[in-house]
Design a protein around this ligand. Sequence first.
Ligand code: HEC
Ligand code: HEC
Length: 305
Amino acid sequence: MDLENTVEYNIRDSLISTSMLIALFVGTLFIAHYVFFVEKPEPMVQKVIPRTTLLKHPFAGVCTNCHDISHSHPVALNKHNMNNFTLTFFEKQLLIAGQEVVVPNADILARAPALTREDILPHKFMGVCSNCHSTFKFPASKAYIRKSMITARKPLDPMAVNSDLIARGLSNVQTPMQKFFRVLFGGLAVIMMALNSIFVIIRLLLRRNPEKYSAMFDSKTGFQLHIYSAVALLISFALHIAFSVEGNNFLHITIILLPWLFAIGCILKYRMGKGLSINIRLAHSQQILYCVLLILLVIGHWDKF
Ligand code: HEC
Ligand code: HEC
């Protein structure tokens, strides 16, 4: 490469890396804005509820969609301590059915992901959503609100509905079929990740001892495997998410991280051998981010082990 070309590539490299950094920064700000600066919607119901409130109607969405919440701290409420409070017969019925108000601790707060306004309750009811979750600013769709207002006006009847459903605010849980596909695509994703890392390991070995290992591995086939398994990984990852009902903040970061790794992988593939310095830097960042991804996936699935 002559001097002129090198200069040209250096300018192009720094332009590309600068714009990528800017994109990452703006993207992060954009997400942070929706997570942390939660706009308070106009309350749609004139009933202010305190943070220690049980769900009195079939589940209709994030409480702040419709209610104003009074500034109080949640107090733990369950069937064991209910006699310490002045509760109506109906409220006691709800607690006996399995609803409870949990005072969030640091562990719960770390695990509770940000919600969208159309989320339903996937876990046993644990008090007003904003006790633990921050809520994205996006408003719920008109059709969703209309439907959930109708649901909200239907009273929960502990005599008529089974108590396990009441405990979950009547929200749906995963069907066995959904669970089957979630596990299937999750397993496939793990296999694809393993296949995908073979190439990286070969490269590391080759760099250490080229003579010994170049006879052992076919680098070209390894690279083909790397590409195909990356595509298969992205697809099975997406399907695994589509069939999942529960996630957490660690796993949600991986939803950004994996496509990011994939996108950089594509840049590396199609720019191979041109701007060398940026390629090396990107390839290094891929290795670090891949390790971060692995750690996040393990922590995020900790309760599944
Ligand atoms: C889609 C809108 C909507 C959402 C979301 C919603 N509610 Fe309601 N809620 C209502 C409506 C409407 C009423 C009044 C029902 C009536 O009187 O017909 C109500 C009434 C109540 C009442 C009874 C208040 C009283 O004084 O009788 C409680 C308690 C309550 N909601 C708790 C909650 C909790 C807790 C959440 C979140 C888990 C929640 N609601 C989410 C619409 C909603
Ligand atoms: C006491 C704290 C607490 C309260 C209150 C609470 N949650 Fe959660 N929620 C969590 C935690 C913690 C998780 C993470 C998964 C887990 O550990 O079960 C979670 C997970 C979720 C998820 C799964 C997220 C995903 O992307 O898969 C949804 C949806 C959700 N909550 C909705 C709600 C809604 C809606 C309300 C209010 C009606 C609510 N939560 C109230 C603590 C809470």
